[in-house]
Design a protein around this ligand. Structure first.
Ligand code: AMP
Length: 438
């Protein structure tokens, strides 16, 4: 059992630095994809789980979002599918991954898409709340991997659009949430449709009695892997929420960044396009920003991070995917341009500030469509987040930051400005224009 608590983190990191995906048994096609998306080393749960899963063992994983569990289960399953060389028949997937929410299901599908980019494996994702026809068509074309929420899967199975009798690998992701959301009956019905001979994996952040019972029912002598994420002390972080309409978020963000307390900030967006858009507008407004996300090449990401680390840019706009690798001290503020779907990601995001015992500030821009997510964050952190008061100034209006500081006019209009480590302003070096090859 692997248990990575705060005290052992450093030691684990050193050991993990020497482990590579290749040495865990992951083949060339997947390793190439991992290199493309910038996964250099396996996370603890990946290092622990992949060899056993490749050997065909069942697995009980006690792990939250943020630990790298999606790759931990996807990579060895994809590898086994490639070794089998069996093409799935129409409507008969070989791998079933059940997730509690459509967001999680879509996230898993996207990750699998990244991993499978140099393979011929086909995958699709089905969930409720949207039309069935495209899903029925995708199933009819045939997919090796099916990611699904339980309700829609049962609907489609009951109407003969999908047969589960050739499933050789089953993953139940976030089993505790599947139970919490009342899916237990559906999950059990689905399991009755599967062949008995299969590899089964169950992941859960917590292990209440019902989850342990379900695990007992569906897993055969499972390997147990437990990974607790890095300890984040949220109470050291001063947190606040600004209620704002989505069209004013950019203006609000810019005003916040001019707070003199902000020396180095990470802004989180939910999508890669969002990250690019926000960073571009910040740069235009004279705030030296870099964007970092999964669509950027490793080189572009390294360059962006270097610029951020050395103070050439003092704002980094990132997605959750990119955030994992970010381990930079001296981040004074984390600003959530949007709240994440998973409340655990909020904790993960704000943990980028207040590192190494220092304190930090986390502000979130929240519009009315995000209230549910805000409540989920408050439930998880067991605290009500303070509401920030900040009038968003348009045009030439006087700007006041969340800490009540008036922004001097000269500052509002300054351009190409960067801040050094101590918060002092520096001129941003313009990047030399790349010459076109002759
Ligand atoms: P998960 O726990 O699967 O939701 O993963 C959390 C985040 O970590 C996701 O954004 C992944 O893309 C990222 N991630 C997973 N494994 C690795 C890795 N080995 N290296 C870098 N990032 C990773």
């Amino acid at each position: 059992m692997l248990n990575v608590g705060a005290s052992r983190c450093e030691h684990q990191r050193n050991i993990l630095n020497t482990i590579k995906f290749e040495s865990l048994g992951i083949g060339a096609a997947l390793c190439r994809a991992l290199a493309d998306i910038g996964y250099q080393q396996p996370t603890p749960i990946q290092a622990q789980a992949i060899p056993d899963l490749l050997a065909g063992e069942d697995l009980l994983g006690i792990a939250q979002t943020g630990t790298g569990k999606t790759a931990a289960f996807s990579l060895p399953i994809l590898e086994q599918l490639m070794a089998d060389r069996i093409k799935a028949a129409s409507r008969r997937p070989r791998v079933l991954i059940l997730a509690p929410t459509r967001e999680l299901a879509a996230q898993i599908r996207d990750e699998i898409g990244n991993f499978a980019q140099h393979t011929k494996l086909r995958y699709t994702c089905i969930f409720g709340g949207v039309g069935q026809n495209p899903q029925i068509k995708a199933l009819a074309r045939g997919v090796e991997i099916l990611v699904a929420t339980p309700g829609r899967l049962l609907d489609l199975a009951e109407n003969g659009h999908v047969e589960l009798d050739e499933i050789s690998h089953l993953v139940l992701d976030e089993a505790d949430r599947l139970l919490d959301m009342g899916f237990i009956r559906d999950v059990k019905k689905i399991i009755r449709l599967l062949p008995l001979e299969r590899q089964s994996l169950l992941f859960s952040a917590t292990m209440p009695r019902e989850v342990a019972e379900l695990a007992d029912e569906i897993l055969y002598h499972p390997v147990r892997v437990e990974v607790t994420p890095e300890q984040i002390t949220v109470d050291k972080i001063e947190q606040g929420v600004l209620m704002v309409t989505s069209d004013r978020k950019q203006a609000a963000l810019q005003q916040m960044l001019f707070d003199p307390g902000v020396t180095r900030a990470i802004v989180f967006t939910r999508t890669k396009h969002g990250a690019n858009r926000v960073a571009k507008k910040l740069d235009k407004a004279g705030i030296a920003a870099e964007a970092i996300h999964g669509n950027k090449s490793q080189n572009a990401r390294t360059r962006a991070l270097d610029n951020f680390k050395n103070g050439d840019a003092w704002v980094l706009v990132a997605t959750d995917i990119a955030a994992r690798g970010i381990d930079i001290d001296g981040i004074s503020h984390v600003i959530n341009f949007e709240l994440p779907h998973e409340p655990e990601s909020y904790v993960h995001r704000i943990g980028r500030t207040a590192r190494a015992g220092s304190s930090g500030v986390a502000w979130s821009l929240v519009d009315t469509s995000e209230i549910k997510r805000l409540k989920a964050v408050e439930r998880l952190t067991k605290m009500e987040l303070a509401k920030l008061e900040m009038e968003i100034a348009g045009g030439d209006g006087e700007r006041i930051t969340p800490s009540g500081q008036k922004i001097p006019r000269a500052r509002q209009q300054s351009s190409m400005e960067t801040r050094g480590d101590n918060g002092t302003k520096r001129r941003r070096r313009r990047r030399p224009r790349r010459r076109k090859a002759a």
